[in-house]
Ligand binder design. Sequence first.
Ligand SMILES: Nc1ncnc2c1ncn2[C@@H]1O[C@H](COP(=O)(O)OP(=O)(O)OP(=O)(O)O)[C@@H](O)[C@H]1O
Ligand SMILES: [Mg+2]
Length: 300
Amino acid sequence: MAFLLELTLYLLPTSRFARLARKVGADMIEFQNVTKRFPDGSFAVKDFSLVVPSRKVTVFVGSSGAGKTTLLRMINRMVNPTSGKVLIDGEDVAELDPVALRRKIGYVLQATGLLPHRRIIDNVSSVPRLNGVPKKKAREDALTLLDTVGLDRSLADRYPDQLSGGQQQRVGVARALASDPNIMLMDEPFGAVDPIVRLELQEEINRLQRELHKTMVFVTHNIDEAFAIADQVVILKSGGEIAQVGTPEEILSKPVDDFVSTFIGADKGKRTLHLKQGEDGVTVIVDDEGRPAGILGDAE
Ligand SMILES: Nc1ncnc2c1ncn2[C@@H]1O[C@H](COP(=O)(O)OP(=O)(O)OP(=O)(O)O)[C@@H](O)[C@H]1O
Ligand SMILES: [Mg+2]
């Protein structure tokens, strides 16, 4: 059924696509020639165009200052473009009420953004409460969400600083999921945790995505993280210039230029990466010596 819908949407011409997408709430995001210029004349993003497909994970990866956060925040209108448009299912976000828009889009911040003086359960239920969900129901839902992100319910009455960094990140994800958004924006959500916890959280995102099918836009510096969770990877140069867009397989097997080759090898020294089919249908990324460098996330 989902496949048929996907196929129908794919075959339709763009304008009808937009209309149908709006009707079924496909939650496709489109950047059209978006520029963000600051008063001093500098640019965060210049003439950026991209389709973020619905119900897939798109990862923006690039070095510091490339414009990743700016692009993400243009989706929920925390930043407005100087020119160009951001569309959700064909609708210009500039015409939508920013508060309503933000409440229906999940947003996970690098620093988790948890309210320090409120208990975990109240942090998770804060947006549903703002949306008018009765307290008892919001609390019950919040407990279920703790299960969803793999946290023990006994943590519900603690305060954020009584949790480990990885647990706090999970609370951040639970809170972003609380209003059951179709779109999730995640800005370096796992930047502050150690590599082992980071891998666990990446697996958690893959598991959640298999169940929940959100349109997810995820920002990271870390190319291995991008390959582990993305359906679509967008490698950015400064000014939001796209160096390459593709599936992890496409980027790994056919980097378009030296910039991309260097970028995908940068954190482990110069390396050539190959794909290898592992056991259980898992695709493993291996380096020249056959050492595993990572695993590709599940494609649909
Ligand atoms: N309000 C502002 N005024 C001037 N320049 C800004 C402003 N906000 C952001 N910038 C600049 O825009 C560029 C892009 O910033 P952005 O935060 O989007 O980068 P990023 O890719 O998220 O970086 P990081 O990986 O460090 O988080 C940077 O050069 C930044 O200094
Ligand atoms: Mg940023």
